[in-house]
Design a protein around this ligand. Structure first.
Ligand code: GCB
Length: 612
């Protein structure tokens, strides 16, 4: 097959054998391996009409930009040139990097040239932390894969495509919205496009641990037990029996060896450890152990904490003791101004604000955040609710939409299932009730549970059964979730004076989380408490809501909306919103609004009453 034919096949979605082989399941703990960062300056071409992809008849073009062609003779016609195109820093979103692209939703091509010298590694994976939304990836002109979903990592085996000396990666990124996508066409946050998280080449051995899970077994009443049980499972990158996988925790003087079955797996196996030896992970003591995993001669390390999370009636039990989740919702936006947050430093700033507020919990809304948000939160002792963007009116009947949501859920779980602080997988937000939606979400919840039975499943529901002053939660999804969570906006989308009169009926014997409440205020705008958009209005709204919500039976936590003002195309009011949703307790520049102190005060009280 000649190269042009291969390229055409790739363009038409007919992947070549090598390209198809390149798509690999997500590697567990990519951080643990030696890697070469491809972050930094990438050239980019804004391609409004996808000239680099289709010809004028909408067939695959023979001028495909992925070829990075250069004129060979003076008469050659080539109408693009990556080397002469502008550059932007990767990772980033294009909207805040180039002012022409602030509102742009479409295709941008990215190009990075890099050198490989004396590379000695058995296998090389090209790893993307996230690309929003639709990405075609090419290495040295060869299509290696197509990925959809803007917030989850993915990787390809590019070992055979790389060569000594100069190489290039080209990524076609498209963030146009479609009704069948996840999220769908309408959502209340900025559709930041681009290669928004780190890109790297990860060097792995020929045989490596594709996935592993190490955690404390869920057991009622762990308190007082003499022996605790740890469970381990693993999967190699090849289906080969007889390989030895050793798990060791030097600090605990613990070492166990397991042998893989014909599938290359270690099925869930358990072993005991003396209870008094093991320090459990908790917000008060976020203890992480260094754990070494060896496959044959190769060893990687991870930092792992041990804790249990379960529910009992209307309580959430962390390490066997009831916990009240003093939370806040967060978007994965930079702490100062808009733009996608993309570093551990951004994560630390956002999380330190949450801690100052008195939080022991964050809802990472409405999609999987940067891995560092989860890892930093784990080190800081902050529990996490992690979510996929099944948001509002998803195309419930479309099987591809279901597969897409399922894939995003899979990759979210795969990436973070060894993080002790992640306690809730959320499968949706504010979805309209219908039999199709129930079927979709029911299957998704069951799938999430089959992937990870050790954590709690939830989703942010809506209150639908409201009569005058009685709010009744009535959602068929109740039977699939461990924690009943719902959003409510008394004081913002409904009169705040209703708050003292409201009665809440939650007819389920399950813990309750109020996954959203809040209202907007522009920082520095002051007035009476009934003057919308003032800090005083928002402050009063928080006071009234807290008084009302605190009375809900089984209330196990809240994650008010939201830590910081965030960009949204829905929020256009000049002088007030200016394309920001103003429900933040911090302004977009990180200034505290008055309502911050109201919530902080309540959380202080809650903390002083709590065992966690
Ligand atoms: C909601 C959504 C959230 C919005 C928020 C609002 O219920 O879940 O994504 O941003 O309301 O500000 O209206």
């Amino acid at each position: 097959m000649n190269k042009l034919f291969l390229c055409l096949m790739a363009m038409m979605g007919v992947l070549t054998a090598s390209a198809q082989d390149a798509v690999l399941p997500l590697i567990q703990n990519a951080k643990a391996y030696e890697s070469v960062s491809l972050n930094g300056e990438w050239n980019y071409i804004v391609d409004v009409q996808e000239e680099g992809y289709y010809d004028y008849r909408m067939n695959p073009t023979r001028w495909g930009f992925f070829q990075n062609a250069k004129p060979q003779r003076p008469e050659d016609l080539i109408e693009y040139d990556f080397d002469k195109s502008p550059t932007m820093q990767i990772p980033s979103d294009w909207n805040t990097q180039d002012e022409r692209l602030f509102f742009y939703e479409g295709t941008v091509w990215f190009y990075k040239q890099f050198k490989i010298q004396n590379s000695k590694s058995d296998k090389v994976l090209l790893y993307f932390g996230a690309v929003n939304y639709d990405a075609h990836v090419y290495v040295n002109g060869q299509h290696v894969g197509h990925h959809i979903g803007g917030f989850t990592p993915f990787n390809y085996d590019v070992t055979d495509l790389l060569k000594e000396g100069e190489n290039n990666v080209i990524v076609k990124v498209d963030n146009k919205r479609h009704a069948e996508d996840v999220p769908t066409q309408i959502f209340d946050w900025w559709n930041y496009g681009g290669i928004t998280r780190d890109v790297k080449l990860v060097k792995v051995p020929a045989l490596y641990l594709e996935d592993y899970s190490l955690q404390l077994e869920k057991a009622k009443g762990v308190k007082g037990e003499k022996q605790k049980t740890i469970s381990f499972s693993a999967k190699l990158s090849k289906k080969e029996a007889g390989h030895r996988i050793t798990v060791s925790i030097p600090e605990l003087k613990l070492e166990k060896t397991f042998t893989t079955d014909a599938e290359g797996k270690v099925q869930t196996s358990t072993f005991g450890i003396q209870a008094k030896k093991l320090k459990l992970w908790s917000p008060e003591n976020p203890k992480l152990y260094e754990v070494r995993f060896s496959v044959d001669a190769a060893t990687i390390t991870d930092q792992i904490g041990f804790r249990t999370i379960e529910t009992k009636g209307k309580q959430i039990l962390l390490n066997g003791r009831p916990v009240f989740l003093r939370g806040i919702s967060i978007h994965n936006e930079k702490p100062n101004g808009g733009g996608r947050a993309n570093s551990a430093e951004d994560a630390r700033t956002l999380l330190s604000w949450a801690q100052e507020l008195g939080c022991n919990f964050v809802r990472l809304a409405h999609y999987p955040h940067h891995e560092e948000m989860v890892r930093e939160a784990e080190k800081m002792g902050i529990l996490v609710w992690s979510e996929i963007p099944v948001y509002w009116t998803i195309a419930w009947k479309n099987p591809k939409t279901f597969e897409n949501a399922k894939q995003q859920l899979t990759d979210m779980i795969l990436r973070d299932h060894n993080r002790a602080n992640v306690i809730i997988w959320s499968i949706a937000n504010e979805t309209p009730h219908s039999p199709e939606r129930d079927d979709f979400l029911g299957r998704l919840a069951q799938y999430a549970r089959s992937m990870d039975s050790t954590r709690l499943i939830s989703m942010a529901m809506e209150v639908t059964g409201a009569s005058n002053y009685v709010n009744r939660l009535n959602d068929n999804m109740n039977k699939f979730v461990d924690v009943v969570s719902f959003n409510q906006y008394i004081g913002w989308y409904r009169d705040v004076n209703d708050a003292p009169k409201m009665k809440w009926e939650i007819p389920y014997d399950k813990p309750v989380i109020i996954s959203e409440f809040g209202g907007g205020a522009r920082y520095g705008y002051h007035g009476e408490k009934n003057q919308r958009w003032t800090e005083e209005f928002q402050e009063n709204l928080y006071r009234e809501n807290i008084a009302m919500l605190d009375k809900i039976e089984g209330l196990s936590g809240t994650t008010p909306w939201i830590l910081k003002d965030f960009r949204s195309p829905r929020r256009v009011l000049p002088g007030i919103q200016d394309y920001y949703n103003r429900k933040g307790l911090f302004s977009d520049k990180g200034e505290k609004k008055k309502a911050f102190y109201v919530l902080q005060e309540w959380y202080r009280q809650k903390a002083s009453q709590a065992s966690h």
